[in-house]
Every structure is written in structure tokens, then in C-alpha cells.
Design a protein around this ligand. Structure first.
Ligand SMILES: NC(=O)c1ccc[n+]([C@@H]2O[C@H](COP(=O)([O-])OP(=O)(O)OC[C@H]3O[C@@H](n4cnc5c(N)ncnc54)[C@H](OP(=O)(O)O)[C@@H]3O)[C@@H](O)[C@H]2O)c1
Length: 273
């Protein structure tokens, strides 16, 4: 039987395109989304591509639903070979503008949900000695960015969790990795949570938003990023960290050898000047 893959957040963007691409490559794809009334775009794309998907409801922050989903998929298909933690949401705000509830919400969707799903699929993968757990993080999981405190905090957290897990899981045949996109043209910007109280930060935020709009004008397409996610799922040369574009690789490279933090600071500071 073909590999069975669960993907989260497939109503739009990279999740949608990676689901289609993986089905085209012959995987049995369980494409999840929190609101299946929004499945129209995915169904249309599947029919255009001539592939079949199993579309199921999952709000990733509901841990009990996630447990039921994984149990149901295991019962129906016998196992889960691949988990793609793709669902996520952005937040544009700096510390003073964020409530603790908003920070918690960012952790819930971008950190705790992937962690919970990884914990749910691990036992079966470990017992079979085979599996892949991939989490779509962001260049913001390596580079802290202005007005992205809560988002980058959650993406850094999930990268740290997965990197720690990876070396232990691989002893049992389970490969754990992260996929880091830079700007991708999807519903992401429209879905970003924004502050209502701009206050003293208004001028900086205006500059940041103008700069970000420029970056998104040249963004990678969601189809291209979705294909890069599918490449990570099916790669024979598995690595822990992958970026979806050269832009993302350059971005991540700024941070990874930045021992005193000055390279990142001088890279991101002009975004608000
Ligand atoms: N676009 C970028 O520039 C960019 C850059 C770096 C990383 N990323 C990351 O890439 C991933 C995919 O984002 P995208 O760009 O494809 O944006 P998108 O089009 O907004 O897709 C995000 C998906 O996550 C889903 N989602 C959000 N909260 C959820 C929840 N609680 N339960 C289940 N699904 C939920 C959304 O579902 P609904 O339709 O129900 O809202 C949507 O399907 C995210 O993890 C994001 O952080 C994006």
C-alpha cells in the first residue's frame, strides 16, 4: 500500500498544493482542515489534477480531535507514514501590543499543535521503525523579525522541539524535520492577526508593513512552496532543515552563523527605518 500522509491546514496555500502534489506522487493523502465547508478550492484542484484525497475535519488546536483523527486514520489505513504539520497563523504586533491570550493563541497553533500531532503519530511510527514528521516553520523560526514577536517565538519553539526530537526519533527509524519558507503568496497575510492599538509604534509599523508588502509582491508562489514541501516528504536524501526557496535559504543563512546576533540585527533593523 502507498504511504499514508496526514497534512494539516489544506484549505488554502502551501497545504493545499502540497496535498495535491503528494497525491500526484501516489501517496494516500488525508487532507485536513478545520472547516470542511472551505474544501471547495482543494476539491477543484484535486479534480483538475485527477487525484483523490481523503478530506477530514481537524482544528489542530483541539488536541482531542487530533487524537481521534490519528486513531481514525490508523484504523482505516493501518498506519500513518507521514505527518505534515502545515497549519499555522501569523501575528503582526510587538510585545506591548499583544495580550497574553494572543501570545498563547500563537503558541497553540504554531507550537503546541505540531507537538501534539507529533506525539500522536510517533508510537505507531516507532513500532514500525519508519515514518516522517515534517513541520512547516518559517524563516521566522530562525530569524527574529520586527513586529513578529509572538509568531517568531512560536516558530522558534517548534524548531527547537523538533530538532531535539530528531536525533532520538531517528534511532527508531523516524525522520523529523522542518521546512522553512520565506514570503509565500497565500492567504497568510490576509489571515494575520493585527494590533488594534498602534500607539507609539505607528510610524515603525507603517514602515514595516510597506517593506513587507514589497517582499510579498515578489513572493514565492504557494504552488512552488507546496511542491518543495512534497519534495521534503518524498526525498531520498532526508535532512532536518530545508528551505522552500533560495530567498529562504539566504535568510536562514544570515542567522545560523550569527554568534553575537549582529548580523540579524543589521539585517532586520532597516525594515523599520
Ligand atoms: N505565507 C508565508 O509567507 C509563510 C512564510 C513562512 C511560513 N509560513 C507558514 O506556512 C504554513 C502555511 O501557511 P500559508 O502561507 O499556506 O497560509 P494560509 O493560506 O493562510 O494557510 C494556512 C492554513 O492553516 C490553516 N489553519 C490555521 N489555523 C488552523 C487551525 N487552528 N486548525 C487547522 N487549520 C488551521 C488555515 O485554515 P483556515 O482556512 O481555516 O484559516 C489554512 O488552511 C503556516 O504554518 C505558516 O506559518 C507561511
Amino acid at each position: 500500500m502507498n504511504d499514508v500522509a496526514i497534512i494539516t491546514g489544506t484549505s488554502s496555500g502551501m497545504g493545499l498544493f502540497s496535498a495535491i502534489e503528494l497525491a500526484k506522487r501516489g501517496l494516500q493523502v488525508v487532507a485536513t482542515m478545520r472547516d470542511t465547508t472551505r474544501a471547495g478550492r482543494l476539491r477543484d484542484a484535486a479534480s483538475e489534477a485527477g487525484v483523490e484525497l481523503d478530506i477530514q475535519a481537524l482544528d489542530v488546536v483541539d488536541h482531542e480531535s487530533a487524537a481521534r483523527l490519528v486513531a481514525g486514520v490508523t484504523a482505516e489505513y493501518g498506519r500513518v507514514d507521514v505527518l505534515v504539520n502545515n497549519a499555522g497563523q501569523g501575528s503582526v504586533a510587538t510585545a506591548e501590543q499583544l495580550t497574553m491570550d494572543q501570545i498563547q493563541a500563537q503558541l497553540d497553533v504554531n507550537y503546541l499543535a505540531p507537538v501534539n500531532l507529533a506525539k500522536l503519530v510517533l508510537p505507531g511510527m516507532r513500532e514500525r521503525g519508519r515514518g516522517r514528521i515534517l513541520t512547516v516553520t518559517s524563516v521566522g523560526g530562525v530569524v527574529g523579525q520586527p513586529f513578529a514577536d509572538a509568531y517568531c517565538g512560536a516558530k522558534f519553539a517548534v524548531e527547537g522541539f523538533m530538532q531535539s526530537l530528531a536525533v532520538v526519533a531517528e534511532r527508531f527509524g523516524v525522520q523529523v524535520g522542518v521546512i522553512e519558507p520565506a514570503a509565500v503568496a497565500s492567504d497568510f497575510v490576509a489571515n494575520v492577526e493585527r494590533p488594534t492599538d498602534i500607539g507609539a509604534y505607528g510610524p515603525l509599523l507603517d514602515v514595516y508593513i510597506a517593506r513587507t508588502s514589497g517582499a510579498f509582491a515578489n513572493a514565492q508562489t504557494a504552488q512552488s512552496a507546496g511542491t518543495a514541501i512534497a519534495d521534503a516528504v518524498t526525498a531520498s536524501d532526508f535532512t532536518f532543515r530545508r528551505q522552500t526557496s533560495d530567498t529562504a535559504s539566504a535568510f536562514v543563512g544570515v542567522s545560523l552563523a550569527d554568534l553575537d546576533g549582529e548580523r540579524v540585527r543589521s539585517f532586520t533593523s532597516p525594515w523599520i527605518s
